[in-house]
Design a binder for this molecule. Structure first.
Ligand code: SAM
Length: 420
């Protein structure tokens, strides 16, 4: 990771992607567009996610370090990235300063060398004092309003959890290796991990590392998947012989888990063909196979062979407000909640038509906003008289940081039996 941060390719990519993410572009698309692979990509992700998470605090730090007046936006972005690396990186300070001073050339702004050098060196001289007065970076107003309204007693804990880096959650592919055996492999490489009582295939590593450094990554022994996301397949619990639909399946984290748990007839749908290709690649790496189709899951007559499903997973498109700690770029994009909620309702209605009487549908989102979650489900239950909620202690609203997991919402619904 540290070695990759030496490269000018990485800094060039960061200087393009960081302002774009601050302007609301998706971080995963920007990482794809960078063309970087492996350790370089992982290092770029580390740098960008961290700087985005701390951007409020980096901006105010810069205000203390610069003379008042108009500054060049690209140079300011470079300084924020450099300060983030100085605060959290593993490389020697002098190497970090030299590399970011040289990066002014990548912007065609060699005139800024002296300024960058002076600002970074001043930070190093005064860092103890400057970091001590660091204030909690701010969330955008639209998000703060939602959080304060919904969680008046604990919104600030949610904000704090959003700004803490997440641990690395792994899901061991039980089709290939048991969790205990995999934990031993990690141990053999000097990597300590913890298990989780709620999740039989999960292991938690205290911090991120490039996935290719994980034992058996290429062989598909393990996938990266947050604990909260691992609950989906556990709650839906596919039984042998059942027909299962994963309605919004790409890039395939939960589909792979359903298959690893033994789902036999699984159809993986997604509206996006490029995302579905990522699902196919992920399944291939894990040695798993299933049928997949590009379709609008809300249109019941357009996919599969007309067979009703015993179990449906609807991992709906949402504001993603529960996974900000992993995707801090979300802070810079206000979601269109009206159209997201309309799409979720349309998906619920359309999918219900393909569920067999007596079948179950698990609705989930990685949102912590009630409009997309509890209120959405209440509205659906009010209009769909053959739908009832199944009580499951794992369901409901889960907040980010709780048990070191992402924020997720789960509701398990059952369709009344035709005979009743
Ligand atoms: C939250 S992501 C799903 C993540 C996935 N379940 C996983 O575990 O990797 C939501 C997905 O829904 C897809 N989507 C959105 N609207 C859809 C629709 N009407 N029909 C099918 N897929 C849709 C998006 O393309 C996106 O891939």
């Amino acid at each position: 990771m540290s070695e990759a941060l030496q490269g000018s390719r990485l800094r060039r990519a960061a200087l393009v992607a960081y302002p774009a993410a601050l302007a609301g572009e998706r971080l995963d698309f920007l990482l794809d567009r960078s063309g970087l692979q492996g350790t370089e990509r992982a290092s770029l992700q580390w740098l960008l996610s961290g700087a985005l998470r701390e951007s409020g605090s980096l901006k105010s730090l810069l205000q203390s370090l610069l003379r008042p007046g108009k500054q060049d936006d690209q140079v300011l972005a470079l300084l924020q990235l450099a300060l983030y690396e100085l605060r959290h990186g593993q490389r020697p300070d002098f190497a970090i300063v030299n590399d970011w001073v040289s990066a002014s050339q990548l912007l065609g702004k060699t005139w800024a060398k002296g300024l960058i050098n002076a600002v970074l060196r001043r930070y190093l001289r005064e860092r103890a004092e400057l970091d001590a007065k660091d204030e909690q970076p701010e969330h955008p107003v639209w998000l703060l309003q939602h959080l304060q309204e919904t969680y008046p007693g604990n919104w600030s804990e949610i904000v704090a959890a959003n700004l803490r880096p997440a641990p690395l959650w792994l899901r061991v592919n039980r089709q290939k290796i048991s969790r205990d055996a995999y934990q031993q492999r990690l141990q053999d490489q000097g990597l300590a991990s913890q298990s989780c009582v709620e999740l039989p295939d999960a292991l938690i590593l205290p911090q991120s590392l490039p996935v290719r450094e994980l034992p058996g990554w290429e062989e598909g022994w393990v996938a990266v998947q947050d604990g909260a996301a691992q609950l989906a397949a556990e709650i839906l619990a596919p039984l042998p012989g059942e027909w299962v639909l994963d309605a919004c399946a790409a890039p395939g984290g939960k589909a792979a888990h359903l298959l690893a748990l033994g789902a036999e007839h699984l159809l993986a749908l997604d509206r996006s063909a490029p995302r579905l290709r990522r699902l196919e690649e992920a399944l291939q790496r894990q040695g798993l196979m299933t049928e997949s189709q590009v379709a609008d899951a809300a249109l019941p007559d357009t996919y599969g062979d007309g067979h009703p499903f015993d179990a449906i997973l609807l991992d709906a498109p949402c504001s993603a407000t529960g996974i900000i700690r992993r995707h801090p770029d979300i802070l810079y994009r206000e979601p269109d909640l009206v159209s997201l909620c309309a799409e979720q309702a349309r998906l619920l209605r359309g999918l219900w038509a393909r569920l067999r009487p007596g079948g179950r549908l698990l609705y989930c989102t990685c949102s912590i906003l009630p409009q997309e979650n509890e209120i959405q489900v209440q509205n659906f239950l009010a209009e769909q008289h053959d739908a009832e909620r199944v009580e499951d202690p794992r369901c409901g609203q889960r907040l980010p940081g709780h048990r070191d997991m992402d924020g997720f919402f789960y509701a398990l619904l059952r369709k009344a039996d035709a005979t009743l």
